[in-house]
Design a protein around this ligand. Structure first.
Ligand code: EPU
Length: 439
């Protein structure tokens, strides 16, 4: 069984040090979730390498095992899956409600067995997150979709390719419809499809199993149905959001950090903003160095679908702008409720006002450490960045959210010189020991 225990751990950080050195980022969570679900579509063994070792992956792998697929964890970063033994299309595993990527089992099971019943997905509480576009796509392919007793039930006699126009460029709907269409009869065209790197990675993975998908990474994806998919060995791309989080942390602490295992092209929106703020950013083939020697300036940002500025880097960027000179405005263009962490940042002395979808960030010269609570994954990462900047000690509770998406976060920060530990919230001795050690 894969570990799923939840401990009441917290991060404790002594801020004020400039991050320096090199770290290597892990692999993309949001690509991995689609790829692992898609792996059940073959009746042969699929080996997925470069798996991030994070909680969301453990939860999805447990759900995949719960439908009868063989799931063999070779090591932390590699798994073998064989979907030939799947014996049910019902995914009722309670943990699955905690993650968003669970809905990829809908597209995968529907595409393969023409029937899938999956508990409605959860994920970070950052907005209402409807799934109407997924349902519209499944229905266009010939499925009947009902939501009852907390389950989404999709059934089809035959899946037949169709022309689908997405009302918004949804990552989840694009990936789900691709999976439902790969074994459908004839051609499917998804217009206004999402262009995120993880969409391309899932399409490449499906193609490595014998699918015929063209155009992933553009806003028109064409899929010609094939009778079946075969086994494959596939390596996931690096995590763009983790890379960005370290780049922002480097800039916020006035550090000098080289982030390795990066595809610099995926980072362009962030790189451009960091340069605009006054940081030096140097790109290599698979690494990016960020250097900030002075207090950075202000800017305006709107989060948009890729290649725009990612919503998943909005909280971390807000934490940086909170200590920059001048007033910045951040407009959240994807989710209606992604500024909840601003109240937690305020405990550390930030001056941010939220008006609707806009955060008006008045940069302050310094922050002071405080006890804060992570409201969700990326907001938790933003609080870590603020803690690294703040004078004194910061404790961050509810880090189980952060661990959903960041592998060995505290260790990687320590490798860059940060004073940061993970410890049991109740263990006062460990807290004292840390405080004595870092002074
Ligand atoms: N939307 C609809 N209807 C739909 C689908 C989406 O209205 O049927 C709306 C959403 O409410 C949102 C927008 O469209 O306003 C974009 O949503 P999208 O479907 O692209 O998001 P998602 O697939 O639910 C994934 C990531 C998120 C990331 C978003 C945007 C996974 C598992 N999750 O979510 O990742 O924020 O794309 O890039 O891939 C994270 O990693 O912290 C995270 C939240």
């Amino acid at each position: 069984m894969i570990r799923l225990e939840i401990k009441m751990d917290q991060y404790i950080i002594k801020g004020g040090k400039a991050l320096a050195g090199e770290i290597s980022v892990s692999w993309a969570k949001n690509a991995a979730l689609g790829i692992l679900a898609a792996a059940v579509m073959a009746d042969e063994t699929v080996t997925v390498e470069n798996l991030p070792d994070i909680r969301d992956i453990d939860i999805l792998l447990n759900a995949i095992a719960s439908v009868g697929a063989v799931v063999e964890r070779i090591d932390k970063h590699c798994v073998r899956i064989n979907g030939g033994t799947v014996n049910t299309i019902i995914v009722a595993n309670d943990n699955i409600r905690k993650i968003r990527g669970s809905y990829y089992l809908l597209g995968a099971l529907l595409g393969k067995y023409k029937s899938a019943h999956v508990l409605l997905p959860g994920g970070c509480d950052i907005g209402s997150r409807p799934i109407d576009q997924h349902i519209k796509g499944f229905e266009a392919l010939g499925a009947t979709v009902r939501i009852q007793h907390g389950m989404i039930e999709a059934e089809a006699v035959d899946l037949v390719g169709n022309h689908i126009y997405l009302d918004m460029a949804s990552v989840g709907a694009t990936i789900n419809i691709m999976m439902a269409a790969v074994m459908a009869e004839g051609q499917t065209i998804i217009e206004n499809s999402a262009k995120e790197p993880h969409v391309v990675d899932v399409a490449n993975f499906l193609n490595s199993m014998g699918a015929n998908i063209k155009g992933a990474g553009t806003d028109v994806i064409r899929i010609v149905g094939v009778p079946k998919l075969h086994g494959s060995t596939y390596s996931i791309i690096p995590d763009q959001i983790e890379a960005g989080t370290f780049m922002i942390a480097a800039a916020a602490t006035k550090g000098d950090v080289t982030v390795r295992n990066v595809i610099p092209r995926h980072m362009e929106a962030l790189t451009a903003k960091l340069v605009e703020l006054g940081a030096e950013v140097e790109e290599f083939d698979d690494a990016i160095r960020v250097v900030a020697t002075k207090r950075l300036g202000s800017t305006q940002i709107k989060t948009l679908p890729y290649p725009g500025f990612p919503t998943d880097m909005q909280p971390q960027m807000t934490a940086l702008l909170a200590v920059c000179a001048g007033t910045s405005i951040i407009t959240e263009g994807i989710y209606e409720n992604r500024f909840k962490y601003v109240d937690e940042l305020a405990r550390m002395g930030t001056n941010i006002k939220v008006e609707g979808n806009n955060a008006i960030v008045n940069g302050v010269a310094e922050l002071t450490g405080a006890s804060v609570v992570a409201p969700d994954l990326r907001a938790g990462a933003a609080l870590v960045i603020a803690g690294l900047v703040a004078e004194g000690f910061t404790t961050i509770e509810q880090i189980r959210y952060v661990e959903r998406g960041y592998e060995c976060f505290e260790k990687k920060m320590r490798d860059l010189g940060a004073d940061m530990e993970k410890m049991d919230s109740e263990d006062m001795k460990a807290v004292q020991k840390f405080k004595l050690k870092v002074g």
